[in-house]
Design a protein around this ligand. Structure first.
Ligand code: UD1
Length: 418
């Protein structure tokens, strides 16, 4: 099994180009079921994207990958569409459940494996099903599968989510695409990745309006137009490298981003004392030896993202005083803490809040990655720690970070895969 070996304490200087967003590409790929011919650029070639392409191929959507240009071209095969998403393809990647909406709205039926829980929490899909039922779907759960049917097609409705969910909002949007009449979705998630999906659906001809947490979709029939879409940048990857720069940056440039989308993250880091200057689509970040403590709570966008909590925690170990992180989105998202403690961090969890004692010296150790974002927090800890850190189970990292070692190495980090 592959491991990452990091020799810490190297200043970071150079330029990192941010890849396209994995979390935007996944629902857009699911949405390609609704189109005829689709061309996507700025696609990050990470494991989850390949899993989704495999699922699409199983369903009957073929893809051609042009890696050098970061392009994917998708089109239907001549085979009959298969409205099944099997367990083996959904179990490793929850986003597989996003094919449910497009299949149901277009082919009036779908059988999709329940994705099950994952390391960071139970992660149910009740809100996805709530939305589909409102649109008139008949849903049964049998043998670990969601079996959904809408014999006469879905019909527009009001969907008022009891709580905010990214995936459920995406499935609702995808299903409303071809539902008869108007759908009004309220209390929805408005993450930049959802806005990117909406922009894609608009290119497919859908009329969608957004006002705060309310989205109105006017259902449409399917067009045969060829669609081109450039995927938005990965704001979590950008935030991760911004934190790397806050830890060790001498003159670290982060490019190909839209600063206003990560305003919350930039402001949080500035409040801690990190030196960041913003210029067009670029950030320049340098470390400040004196960092201040901060308290944050994870929240749906535009709040501080849960996907960046583990990385920020590493920075907090280097700040003065006791910083706090309250995790509001997932019930079990502090699994990086025991591993960070093995590297010398002093962290206590009280209720849903982690108390991070600052100015601790981290020392290299052999640690184990538990999920995607936890893994990258260990990389950041390894970069700032004394001596050598070995990270096991890095397949988690490969699910979401494109060219991680290459990007860091180019900026002077000592990191290699063994
Ligand atoms: C997406 C992101 C993930 C991110 C998360 C929150 C993708 C592929 N993944 O995941 O990286 O951490 O948003 O920003 O885009 N919930 C329910 N019932 C449901 C659905 C969700 O109770 O039917 C709960 C979840 O357990 C969680 C909360 O709602 O506690 C938010 O989850 P959700 O926003 O749905 O996350 P995902 O879409 O799975």
């Amino acid at each position: 099994m592959q491991k990452l070996l990091i020799k810490g304490k190297k200043d970071l200087t150079g330029t990192i180009s941010i890849s396209g967003s994995k979390n935007a590409t996944l629902p857009i790929l699911a949405a390609s079921i609704l189109g005829d011919k689709v061309k996507l650029s700025n696609v990050p070639f990470v494991k989850d994207i390949f899993t989704m392409l495999e699922l699409l191929k199983f369903i009957g959507v073929e893809s051609k990958i042009i890696k050098k240009k970061k392009l994917i071209e998708l089109k239907k095969t001549n085979k009959k569409i298969n409205t099944l998403a099997p367990y083996k393809l959904v179990k490793t990647m929850r986003a597989g459940v996003l094919v449910l909406g497009p299949l149901l709205t277009k082919y009036k039926k779908a059988k999709v494996s329940l994705p099950g829980g994952c390391a960071i929490g139970t992660r149910p899909v009740d809100l996805h099903l709530f939305a589909l039922k409102k649109l008139g779907a008949n849903i049964k759960i049998k043998n670990g599968y969601i079996i959904a049917e809408a014999k006469n097609g879905l019909v527009g409705a009001r969907i008022n989510f009891p709580s905010v969910s990214v995936g459920a909002t995406e499935n609702a949007l995808l299903s409303a695409f071809a539902a008869k009449g108007k759908t009004i979705i309220s209390n929805c998630a408005v993450e930049p990745e959802i806005i990117d999906l909406i922009n894609f659906l608009r290119k497919l001809g859908s009329k969608i309006m957004i006002s705060g947490r309310k989205i109105t979709v006017n259902g449409k029939s399917f067009s045969k137009k060829k669609i081109y879409h450039k995927v938005i940048f990965d704001r979590i990857e950008a935030g991760t490298y911004l934190i790397a720069g806050a830890l060790l940056g001498k003159k670290l440039v982060i490019k190909k981003i839209i600063p206003k989308i990560i305003k919350c993250e930039i402001n949080m880091l500035k409040r801690m004392g990190v030196k960041i200057s913003v210029k067009n689509k670029t950030l320049l970040v340098s470390k400040n030896k004196k960092l201040k403590k901060i308290n944050i709570s994870t929240k749906p966008y535009p709040g501080f993202p849960t996907d960046l909590q583990a990385q920020l925690m590493v920075l907090m170990t280097q700040a003065e005083g006791i910083s706090k992180i309250k995790e509001n989105i997932f019930e079990n998202r502090f699994m990086h803490i025991p591993e960070l403690k093995r590297m010398g961090a002093k962290i206590e969890i009280r209720n849903k809040t982690a108390h991070i004692f600052g100015l601790t010296k981290l020392t290299g150790a052999e640690v184990m990655a538990t999920d995607l974002r936890a893994s990258v927090s260990l990389v950041l800890a390894g970069l700032v720690a004394d001596n050598r850190t070995i990270i096991n189970r890095i397949y988690h990292l490969d699910r979401g970070y494109e060219f991680l070692e290459t990007k860091l190495k180019k900026c002077n980090a000592e990191i290699k895969r063994i």
